[in-house]
Design a protein around this ligand. Structure first.
Ligand SMILES: [Zn+2]
Length: 80
């Protein structure tokens, strides 16, 4: 399959811009408590979930949604 060998130029891909206009993101984690009732090990635990947050306003990258009414001018809309 040639599709699997397709080379992607990262510079050609659209950047994700925060609703505040910032384009830099920091690695972050959200944590979920795991009850010992659900844990096979029978003890309370914590499950880390990877996230990215805006380095300027701290908004999660998953809280912004891309709006494409004009393909040449991609905009971002705040969901929450
Ligand atoms: Zn931001």
């Amino acid at each position: 399959m040639d599709d699997l060998k397709m080379k992607i130029n990262v510079g050609d891909l659209p950047e994700i811009i925060c609703s505040c206009g910032n384009k830099f993101w920091l690695q972050a984690m959200t944590l979920r408590k795991l009850s010992k009732l659900l844990n096979p090990k029978g003890e309370d635990g914590v499950i880390p979930i990877p996230d990215m947050v805006c380095s300027k306003c701290g908004k999660s990258v998953y809280e912004i949604e891309e709006v494409e009414d004009d393909p040449n001018k991609p905009r971002l809309k705040l969901v929450k």
